[in-house]
Design a binder for this molecule. Structure first.
Ligand code: NDP
Length: 336
C-alpha cells in the first residue's frame, strides 16, 4: 500500500504473495522480449520516493499498490526473442521483485555482466548503481585533489564505503559517520577510514567534526542532510565541495529540518552540487574495469548485508530507513 508522506515505511506496507505457477514462457505474438530468472535484488533508499503517491509525475514512477515492486537487480536470461540477448546472459537493471520477470520494454537500459567470475551480488552494490554513484559523485562532482580532507556521512552503506576507499586511494584524510559502534568499527578497521564517529552517540555534531577534522573539511560527501549538513557547513574549508548524493534523514519527515548555516557556502566559496547517477552512465564501463582491477588486486573491499528469500525482502527494504543494514542491503532469490 502507499506510504503517506511524513512516516517511515513499515514491513506491513509490502505484501508477499504466492501465486500459482503460470506457464513460464514469452507469449506468442509478444514484441521482442526476454524472460529472466531473478537472482539478487537491490534495496535502495530512492525506493522510498516511489512508495508515496505523487500528484505530479517524478523522474521514476510511483509504485502501484497491488502490483509487483520493481527495482534494480541481477538476473539471468532464460528465454529471449530479442536480438541483443541470448539464453544464459547475466544482466543487471530494473526488474521485478519476483522469481521470474517478463521484460518487454526498456531493454536498452540493462547492462550485461562481463565479469561473471566475481560475486554476482556485487552488481547490486559495489559494481552496480551504488558503487557507480560513489565513483561519479566523488571523481566527477567532488573533483578531489590528493591529500584533501574528506568527510562522508552514512559512510558504511552501499555508497559510502566505496567513497571512503576511493578517497583513501587519493591519499586523502578520510572521516566517516555512521549509526552504530559496529559500523564505526568497520569504517576504521575494514575500509581504512582515518577516523569515524557514531552520530547517534554524539550530542554535539559540531564538536565531533572538530575533534575528527580539526583543520576542516575540503569535501563533504552528503548522504543524509538535516542536522548533519547544518553541522558540516561551518566546518567547510575555503573552496570546499559538497556533492549532494542523498538526504536520507529527510525522506520520512513531514517537514524538512531547517538548515541554518547556508551562509557558509558564500563566505567559504564552497560549491554544493546535487547530482543523479543516471547522468553519468556513459562512464560506467570505465568505472567497472577500474574497480574490477582493484578488487582483483585486493585493494577494494566491500561489505554486504544479505537477506535470504523474497519473504524477507520487505524487512530488508524498510530496514534501510532505521539503519538496520550493515553494508549494502540486498536480497537473494536464487544464486544461479
Ligand atoms: P545505505 O546503504 O547507506 O543505507 C541507508 C543508511 O542510511 C542506513 O543504513 C542508515 O545508516 C542511514 N540512515 C537511515 N536513516 C537515517 C537518518 N535519519 N539519519 C542519518 N542516517 C540515516 O544506502 P545507500 O548507500 O544506498 O545510499 C546512500 C545515500 O545515497 C542515500 O541518501 C541515497 O538516497 C543516495 N543515493 C543517491 C544516488 C544519486 O543518484 N544521487 C544514487 C544512489 C544513492 P546509519 O546506521 O549510519 O544511520
Amino acid at each position: 500500500q502507499y506510504v503517506e508522506a511524513g512516516r517511515s515505511p513499515r514491513e506491513s506496507d509490502v505484501e508477499v504473495v504466492a501465486t500459482e505457477t503460470v506457464a513460464l514462457a514469452i507469449p506468442e505474438g509478444s514484441p521482442p522480449a526476454i524472460l529472466v530468472k531473478n537472482l539478487y535484488l537491490s534495496c535502495d533508499p530512492y525506493m522510498r520516493g516511489r512508495m508515496t503517491k505523487h500528484d505530479t509525475p517524478s523522474y521514476i514512477p510511483d509504485f502501484t499498490p497491488g502490483s509487483v515492486i520493481t527495482g534494480l537487480g541481477v538476473s539471468r536470461v532464460v528465454e529471449s526473442t530479442h536480438p541483443d540477448f541470448i539464453v544464459g546472459d547475466l544482466i543487471w537493471g530494473i526488474t521485478g521483485w519476483e522469481e521470474y520477470t517478463l521484460l518487454v520494454s526498456n531493454l536498452g537500459s540493462f547492462f550485461k555482466i562481463r565479469y561473471t567470475d566475481l560475486p554476482l551480488s556485487y552488481y547490486t552494490g559495489l559494481l552496480g548503481m551504488p558503487g557507480f554513484t560513489a565513483y561519479a559523485g566523488f571523481s566527477q562532482v567532488a573533483q578531489p585533489k590528493k591529500g584533501e580532507r574528506v568527510f562522508v556521512s552514512s559512510a558504511s552503506g552501499a555508497v559510502g564505503q566505496l567513497v571512503g576507499q576511493l578517497a583513501k586511494r587519493m591519499d586523502c584524510y578520510v572521516v566517516g559517520s555512521a549509526g552504530s559502534d559496529e559500523k564505526v568499527d568497520l569504517l576504521k578497521n575494514k575500509f581504512g577510514f582515518d577516523e569515524a564517529f557514531n552520530y547517534k552517540q554524539e550530542t554535539d555534531l559540531d564538536a565531533a567534526l572538530k575533534r575528527c577534522l580539526p583543520e576542516g573539511i575540503d569535501i563533504y560527501f552528503e548522504n543524509v542532510g538535516g542536522r548533519m549538513l547544518d553541522a558540516v557547513l561551518p566546518n567547510m574549508r575555503a573552496y570546499g565541495r559538497i556533492p549532494v548524493c542523498g538526504m536520507i534523514s529527510q525522506l520520512n519527515l513531514e517537514k524538512p529540518d531547517p538548515v541554518h548555516n547556508l551562509f557558509c557556502l558564500l563566505i567559504k566559496q564552497v560549491r554544493m552540487q546535487g547530482f543523479l547517477v543516471s547522468e553519468f552512465y556513459h562512464l560506467y564501463r570505465e568505472f567497472e574495469d577500474e574497480v574490477v582491477q582493484l578488487i582483483r588486486e585486493g585493494k577494494i573491499t566491500y561489505v554486504e548485508d544479505v537477506a535470504e528469500g523474497l519473504e524477507n525482502a520487505p524487512a530488508a527494504l524498510v530496514g534501510l530507513f532505521s539503519g538496520r543494514n550493515v553494508g549494502k542491503q540486498l536480497v537473494v532469490i536464487a544464486r544461479e
